[in-house]
Design a protein around this ligand. Sequence first.
Ligand code: ATP
Length: 363
Amino acid sequence: MAHVVLKDLVKTYGSFKAVNDVSLTVNDGEFVALVGPSGCGKTTTLNLVAGLIPITSGDIVIGDRVVNDLDPKDRDIAMVFQNYALYPQKSVYKNLAFPLQMRKLPRDEIDKKVKEAARVLDMTHLLERKPRELSGGQQQRVALGRALVRDPAVFLMDEPLSNLDAKLRVQMRSEIKRFHQDLKATIIYVTHDQLEAVTMADKMAVMNGGYLQQYDSPAQVFAHPVNMFVASFIGSPAMSLIPLQASTANGNSVLTGAEGWSFELSPRNAQKVANATTKKVVLGARHSTIKLHNSAVPGAIPAKAYTVEPTGDVTFVQAFLSGAIVNVSVPPNIAVAPDEQIWLEFDQERMHLFDGETEMALK
Ligand code: ATP
């Protein structure tokens, strides 16, 4: 396997920058997810690494080579696409063997590699079938197998699970993760699904508008989002982002909502707000860090429940505060009805604070 380095990578279409100065290193054997909303530039980035489109500027290193000007076939990569791109007339065996035949490998070596890939992906019993005789998940496994037999330095995967139904997607998610663990493969994986990225990847590269926003482990990105975009994109339901006004009252640092309520900040949070150059502060809180009370409690803020969504083991409640939607999760035994008065208590240790103007996390 090999490491991959992207250095100041740029791709423009006319005056439009689809990829903006993206720099990151994928270590040998690492699983990196490129994740972000539609149009953020993740597929373009992957296609640049694959060599399917030419770069505008910057460098791409795979292993020890700068591959900027190499054809895809010379980059030692294998791609897995969302539409599988299998040959419909060929059996699974022939689909797997074909890339090796193109490379003019001896027949017995091809046979060995195909059978080994089929064993790894648990599809030995499917080798004589045609793609139309396979389920979506099995077809996806053949597509993985076809990448695997090539024994590439890097696997590039573009939304490989997006054509599968929800249940199969969860199952294949585990299988690809297992595939990565067993082979210690270097994988770059494009997805718009933050949950896929969080559950599978060693590191995630969160992109927006062609820019790399944050590149870190899912745990770090989740716990320390660098800005409001990352904070709201990662996690479900989304982190609540509540615009507030910072001020000082009786020597204490407080945040005030549009309805006039306010609460006093802990010394650590007060310091962050004091470091900011603006009084506009956005409070970020994940649903599980907000306590819902049915009666007034010191420090809790009055609100009205708007929607109540029981899911079985947890109930999601939405309320409006300071013009923002607030998502709260409560155990199913807590009774809340829409339009009911509730009180929300934020956990100072686990809240996030953002600069209301730059949208960056306060430090
Ligand atoms: P999606 O999840 O919808 O595929 P993405 O994050 O993968 O989105 P890209 O396909 O990388 O997004 O596209 C990034 C931006 O570049 C988009 O705004 C897209 O319209 C634009 N773009 C992509 N290819 C071209 C092209 N050949 N010509 C002009 N613009 C392009």
